[in-house]
Design a binder for this molecule. Structure first.
Ligand SMILES: Nc1ncnc2c1ncn2[C@@H]1O[C@H](COP(=O)(O)OP(=O)(O)OP(=O)(O)O)[C@@H](O)[C@H]1O
Ligand SMILES: [Mg+2]
Length: 433
């Protein structure tokens, strides 16, 4: 029998026992998807086929169907007997609507509607390209603690949920990349130099071509480090110091997303934000006499028609101009696809973040909160306020400090039910709702 699908040995070479296990699970998942499609007679999606192409070839498969029993094995080698994978006819490809990405992001990121819309819009355009020539790149700028890094991390989760690809994020803080030789940590050290055996950061793309690279504090990096990004953002590739597993010497970043963050103030002075953050489908947090009610609905806000593209273009170009005026990054400024401003969070957004984090902490203890009393909210706000300002970064420790014990004690008895969080932060009480 002709072998139709063969594992690609070079790319597939695992580097450790743990990798090997993960690799087998991953291959098996892909194999299972192909099998399910085969059994149901449904054609595979183009993205599935894209992914399979990375591991097996060729996929131009058509022949008599294999008896279902032949699939009832966990032996991956059986995939070589796969005789029928129907390629979808035509060129139709499921297009991803940016609003869907935006809604998903806003379940996690509060009070930054313009930023989430901008990122979602560009991500959708990028993901709808079947053959991108270069990666997508953002510079997220704005004051500390406004959600830049959090959004970058959220993006890989959201894209994994909405597409059939697994996006992984790789986070690097560039504030330790202040020497010219720090670039070696990205691309690898030359032979004979210290660090030659270390795994370079860019190696991540060989494990997953759909990687979201987050580089925090771009402005702190040495110019040599910045230069390393130039060919990546321009051409989607970069020379590797060592031969890669597939025998090449080049990293391919064409399917990656790069998010750089910076504390530079590149936008116009921020206006006071009056609007509440968008709701998110699982918990629609509403303020009612300062208490917080959380309803578990699927309601989504009405879509409004805006000139999103104009706004994104205008903001990007004006931030790019300021970036050049700042001077340091003149050469690279033109290479970023998009500049995204994160504004100072409004008090309302901060309260929503606080409420959201209480709900999330509850989930960690298997508690599904439907209501947080005004006393609890006020207590948490007071405990998180320093010098008259609510400090978002202190929320987690304040919540853990005051509520974790009550959550831990109630966790097992609350399973599957929604509960109300009443009392005060000194004496929180969980009651059936
Ligand atoms: N808009 C937001 N929505 C939800 N959570 C937020 C938001 N802003 C901040 N947070 C919370 O505050 C923490 C710090 O935010 P984040 O790390 O994203 O700040 P940042 O903008 O990257 O700041 P820095 O410039 O100091 O790196 C996050 O872990 C998150 O819990
Ligand atoms: Mg950050």
């Amino acid at each position: 029998m002709k072998q139709l699908c063969q594992p690609l040995s070079a790319k597939a070479t695992p580097v450790s026992a743990a990798d090997e296990v993960l690799w087998e699970i991953h291959k098996f998942t892909i194999y299972n998807r192909a099998r399910a499609a085969h059994v149901s007679g449904k054609p595979l999606s183009l993205s599935d086929i894209d992914e399979m192409r990375q591991y097996f070839h060729p996929l131009s498969i058509k022949a008599a169907p294999v008896p279902v029993a032949a699939w009832d094995t966990h032996d991956l080698s059986r995939i070589v007997n796969m005789k029928e994978i129907t390629l979808p006819t035509g060129t139709a490809r499921a297009t991803l609507n940016y609003k869907t990405i935006q809604w998903e992001l806003e379940k996690i990121i509060m009070g930054q509607e313009e930023a989430t819309e901008t990122i979602a819009h560009n991500a959708a355009l990028f993901l709808n390209k079947s053959k991108p020539k270069k990666p997508l790149s953002f510079v997220a700028f704005g004051p500390p603690g406004t959600g830049k890094s959090e959004t970058a991390k959220a993006l890989s989760k959201v894209l994994t949920k909405l597409t059939s690809r697994k996006y992984t994020d790789v986070w690097t803080d560039l504030n330790t990349f202040t020497e010219s030789h720090s670039v070696n940590r990205l691309i690898g050290s030359p032979p004979g130099y210290i660090g030659y055996d270390d795994t370079p950061i860019f190696e991540a793309v060989t494990k997953n071509p759909h990687t979201v690279f987050i580089f925090d504090e771009l402005d702190k990096a040495h110019p040599e480090v910045i230069k390393a990004f130039m060919s990546i953002l321009d051409e989607g590739r970069c020379a590797a110091r060592k031969e890669l597993a597939d025998g090449s010497r080049e990293y391919d970043f064409k399917h990656c997303i790069f998010i750089f963050t910076s504390n530079y103030q590149l936008g116009k002075p921020s206006k006071k934000q009056n609007k509440f953050a968008s709701s998110y489908d699982m918990e629609n947090i509403l303020h009612d006499d300062d208490a917080v009610n959380i309803s578990y609905t699927e309601n989504r806000p009405e879509e409004t028609q805006t000139t999103v593209v104009n706004r994104i273009y205008r903001n990007t170009e004006s931030a790019r101009k300021v970036f050049v005026e700042v001077g340091v990054l003149r050469e690279i400024a033109s290479r970023f696809n998009c500049f995204v401003e994160f504004k100072e969070l409004s008090a309302e957004a901060k309260v929503q973040i606080l409420a959201r984090q209480v709900v999330d902490t509850g989930f960690e203890y298997n508690i599904r909160l439907a209501h947080i009393s005004s006393h609890i909210m006020q207590g948490l706000i007071d405990a998180s306020t320093s010098e008259n300002a609510l400090t978002v970064r202190s929320f987690k420790s304040v919540i853990e400090g005051y509520l974790a014990t009550a959550f831990a004690e109630a966790g097992s008895s609350c399973e599957g039910r929604t509960v109300r969080l009443e009392g005060t932060i000194e004496a929180p009480v969980l009651m059936a709702s």
